[in-house]
Each structure stands twice: as structure tokens, then as C-alpha cells.
Design a binder for this molecule. Structure first.
Ligand code: MN
Length: 129
């Protein structure tokens, strides 16, 4: 079974890029353009990985992550932030909000599939402990 990945991203160009890269690597992709739609999609069916844009119109990605972390039905949900120009302070904020990690934008198209695979592998090995 290919891993199922939900992308929450409001920028159409980034969405297309990330979706194309993931699909080219055999993942099942779902999409949400707002944090609220993303939360609804996750509650409907828990994905193997959430790629969470931080800057979203309305509710931002870190607020959405905090809400998801309070949901006891979603324990172990893997959330990786997509951060623009990540700096040291941003990294801390992302982790404090409950993200498992982050991938910096602009996306490095060669590294991105490797980064995604590493996050999924980490989650699998943790679940097996
Ligand atoms: Mn955005």
C-alpha cells in the first residue's frame, strides 16, 4: 500500500509541484487549500503524513497543528511543516506547535522525495517500538 499524504497548501504553484513530486514517487495524494479543510480531511481519514504549509489564509498551519495535537483520535499523526525561508527561530516555533519536523521552501525537487521518505520511515520505526 502506498503511503497516503495530505498536502495543506494555499499556493497553487507549490501545491502542483509538491503533488507532482509525490505522485511521481508513487504516493497517494490528497489536497486541502485551507487549514480547516485540512483538519476536516484528516478527521475523515487519517493520512500517513500531513505536509502543512505554515502561512495559510485564515487559520495558519501552526494553529492547525496545535488543534490536531489536542485530538486524542489522532495520536501519532505525522505532521511536517512546509516553511518559507526557515530560520532558527522558525524551526523552534514549528516544533513547539507539535510538528514532527519541517521542509524548507522553496522545495528542492531532488531532495524533497528523500526528505518525505525519511519522515515516513522514522514514523514507521517509532510505531514499531
Ligand atoms: Mn501559504
Amino acid at each position: 500500500m502506498p503511503a497516503e499524504i495530505l498536502i495543506i497548501e494555499d499556493n497553487p504553484f507549490n501545491m502542483e509541484l509538491v503533488r507532482d513530486l509525490l505522485e511521481a514517487n508513487g504516493y497517494l495524494v490528497r489536497e486541502a487549500v485551507t487549514a480547516q479543510d485540512g483538519i476536516n480531511a484528516i478527521k475523515e481519514k487519517k493520512p500517513d503524513l500531513v505536509l502543512m504549509d505554515v502561512q495559510l489564509p485564515g487559520m495558519d498551519g501552526l494553529t492547525a497543528t496545535r488543534i490536531l495535537r489536542e485530538d486524542t483520535n489522532l495520536t501519532g499523526l505525522l505532521i511536517v511543516a512546509l516553511t518559507a525561508h526557515a530560520m532558527k527561530g522558525d524551526e523552534d516555533k514549528v516544533l513547539e506547535a507539535g510538528c514532527n519536523g519541517y521542509i524548507s521552501k522553496p522545495i528542492d525537487t531532488r531532495r524533497f522525495p528523500v526528505q518525505v521518505a525519511e519522515f515516513l520511515e522514522q514514523a514507521t520505526s517509532q510505531n514499531n517500538c
